[in-house]
Design a protein around this ligand. Structure first.
Ligand SMILES: CC(C)(COP(=O)(O)OP(=O)(O)OC[C@H]1O[C@@H](n2cnc3c(N)ncnc32)[C@H](O)[C@@H]1OP(=O)(O)O)[C@@H](O)C(=O)NCCC(=O)NCCS
Length: 162
């Protein structure tokens, strides 16, 4: 039986146009570079680009996204362009569930290989990618403008689904 105080269930869904302001807000809270709703809409209008959102159902509010993931698919290869979870919802498995669902959908669509780039000092993202089977295949020095311990180094990671 689900008790009254049980956490609300999560749902992973394709993003709808009305989600874009919430995605922009999560992006603003997660990265130094801002993406406007218009920029997100332009990105999502490109061939092969799609977005997943995680919603948390609630009795009191409409199920707004608490995290999102952007993907680009071309033939049998895909790239995870970005993934972010609202700061107030982190460390609860939301990020991992988003990436896992993206991989599940890509596998079902017969995508063979998934790539991504991640800052070398992004421990949270690296924990997710490694656990889900991504391995490092390259480095891009000074790719990110961050001044943290990673010195802007980006890792290129790959996951074979086939
Ligand atoms: C990266 C991000 C999406 C992770 O989302 P999340 O919902 O907090 O992650 P999860 O709760 O699913 O945690 C997944 C793993 O990361 C680990 N983790 C989460 N936050 C961490 C942190 N701050 N430091 C170290 N490890 C962390 C968890 O322990 C877990 O590890 P496990 O699988 O070994 O148990 C989130 O931190 C975020 O939005 N960051 C800002 C945007 C960003 O950097 N995106 C990645 C771009 S490539």
């Amino acid at each position: 039986m689900i008790g009254f105080w049980a956490p609300a269930p999560r749902l992973i869904d394709d993003a709808a146009p009305e989600d874009l302001p919430h995605i922009a807000e999560i992006h603003r809270a997660s990265f130094t570079q801002e993406w406007t709703v218009d920029e997100l809409a332009a990105l999502l209008s490109q061939p092969g680009v799609t977005a997943l959102v995680v919603r948390r159902a609630s009795w009191w509010t409409s199920p707004r996204p608490i995290g999102f993931l952007l993907l680009r698919v071309a033939a049998d290869e895909a790239e995870i362009l970005t993934v972010a979870v609202h700061p107030s919802n982190r460390r609860g498995g939301v990020g991992r569930s988003l990436v896992a669902e993206a991989l599940r959908r890509l596998y079902a669509d017969r995508v063979a290989t998934v790539f991504l780039e991640v800052a070398a000092d992004n421990e949270a993202a690296l924990a997710i990618y490694r656990r889900l089977g991504f391995t490092m295949v390259g480095e891009r020095p000074a790719y990110y403008s961050g001044t943290g311990a990673g010195g802007g180094l980006a890792l290129v990671m790959r996951c074979d689904l086939g």
